[in-house]
Design a binder for this molecule. Structure first.
Ligand code: C5P
Length: 419
């Protein structure tokens, strides 16, 4: 799934004084690391490069060192390097360790705690935040072993940016595995450094938020969707982040800017959204705001379905999508606080209460999305909302508010509940 990071309004020196230890491991995407070094330095960061043996098969230490304006470290047992700085100092004398590209191999070594070269030794020795930008063949990324390693690493507090969806360097290969673009990685570095600041009542908490619609393909050009704009979900992700939470926002297709300080995982379909949410576990908080399509087409056509004169419309066989909220609400790694939304056109509160029980949520935020709701501009796609927050033994109706205010109040309620 395409993944990107938030794009905060950046000052040219947004990383001023920050020391990034950049580990380049051996993948074809290493060529993008050269541009990444420039982008990081443009924003005021200093970049100290470490290259694995594999990386040196793709790009040269000479080019990396020239762009970083620093020595390139490659050897674990180099007398010269050890006298100079040593691997423990390399691991500690930085504000963040960034691995870009991160290969399946380096992820596997990290998940196991293996140390057979300088890069893997640094990764085990560091006490700094670590961010990985994976890049590999789609089959390797979707392999159960890599998925297990990714989950283990996420559980260890390692951050991820990407990979995205698209063409691979190998001709004819397409799928999920492309390294995130340098600017996306820069934004992830900013978000990671920002999120590590111990401020706000939710600092140290991890939150997953879903937002927007899902698009369920019929054929390569057509899809089933709904009218969700993502405004409410995005506003909630931003509000949780402002209170200090480390937020992963799993978003369907929307036209909104990424909220500041938030890791954004972009998906198209409900199945992709479910996978991204489960990959982001464990978390303390889950707020499922996305208007997930209830059904998808059972047999997606690989080619555009043609209009045949006289034959009438094609039959569409639908199948049920996974219920992400219900899955999370009953998951072995269920977050401590699970919040769902209920967009209803009638009996809003009664239906919300039923959903609370059925989906295993702690709160359901019920909103009336009917044309007669009286909310200015309509709730679906609009900027205002009027909600009733239904808890297991509580019910609170809020007045009509901007979605940003609803988000602010909900984040406050979540913080007070977790306290
Ligand atoms: O059942 P209904 O779609 O009304 O439930 C709404 C709530 O469930 C929202 O929080 C929505 O994000 C979530 N949901 C989900 N996966 C689905 C359907 C709904 O997470 N397939």
């Amino acid at each position: 799934m395409p993944v990107s990071q938030s794009q905060p309004e950046k000052l040219p020196d947004s990383l001023s004084g920050k020391r990034i230890l950049l580990i380049i491991s051996g993948g074809i995407a290493a060529y993008k690391s050269l541009d990444l070094i420039r982008r990081l330095r443009e924003r005021g960061a200093s970049v100290r490069p470490v290259m694995t043996a594999g990386a040196q098969a793709f790009i040269t230490p000479l080019a990396v060192g020239a762009l970083a304006a620093d020595k390139v470290f490659t050897e674990l047992f180099s007398r010269e390097d050890e006298q100079d700085v040593g691997h423990i100092r390399l691991a500690r004398e930085c504000d963040l360790v960034l691995v870009a590209p991160a290969t399946a191999n380096i992820m596997a070594k990290m998940a196991q705690g293996l140390t057979d070269d300088l890069a893997s030794t640094i990764l085990l020795a560091t006490d700094r935040p670590v961010l990985l930008a994976p890049a590999m063949n789609p089959k390797m990324w979707s392999h159960p072993a890599t998925r297990r390693n990714r989950q283990t690493l996420a559980g260890d507090g390692i951050g991820f940016i990407g990979p995205g969806l698209g063409e691979m360097a190998e001709s004819g290969e397409r799928g999920e595995g492309r390294m995130a673009e340098p600017l996306e990685i820069v934004a992830a570095v900013e978000a990671r450094l920002f999120a590590f600041k111990p401020t706000g009542p939710l600092s140290g908490r991890r939150a997953i938020v879903t937002s927007g619609p899902t698009h369920e393909p019929i054929d390569p050009v057509r899809y089933i969707a709904n009218r969700s704009s993502g405004r409410q979900g995005h506003a909630i992700a931003a509000a949780l982040s402002r209170l200090g939470a480390e937020v992963t926002l799993v978003s369907g297709p929307v036209t909104l800017a990424d909220p500041k300080g938030v890791t954004v995982v972009r998906v198209q379909t409900a199945v992709e959204m479910r996978d991204a949410v489960l990959a982001a576990l464990p978390a303390d908080i889950a707020v499922m705001v996305a208007a997930v399509a209830d059904w998808r087409v059972a047999d997606v056509s690989g080619a555009k379905i043609k209009k045949a004169p006289g034959e009438g419309p094609p039959p569409l066989q639908l199948t049920e999508n996974p219920d992400i909220l219900k899955t999370v609400g009953h998951h072995a790694q269920r977050p401590r606080l699970v919040v769902g939304f209920a967009a209803e056109t009638d009996d809003t509160v009664d239906n919300g209460r039923l959903k609370l029980a059925r989906k295993g949520a702690d709160f359901i935020v019920a909103n009336d999305v009917s044309a007669g709701s009286g909310v200015e501009g309509g709730v679906m796609g609009g900027t205002r909302n009027r909600v009733t927050v239904i808890g297991r033994d509580s019910e609170e109706s809020w007045p009509e508010l901007d979605k940003d205010m609803v988000a602010e109040k909900l984040a406050g309620l979540i913080a007070s509940r977790l306290d």
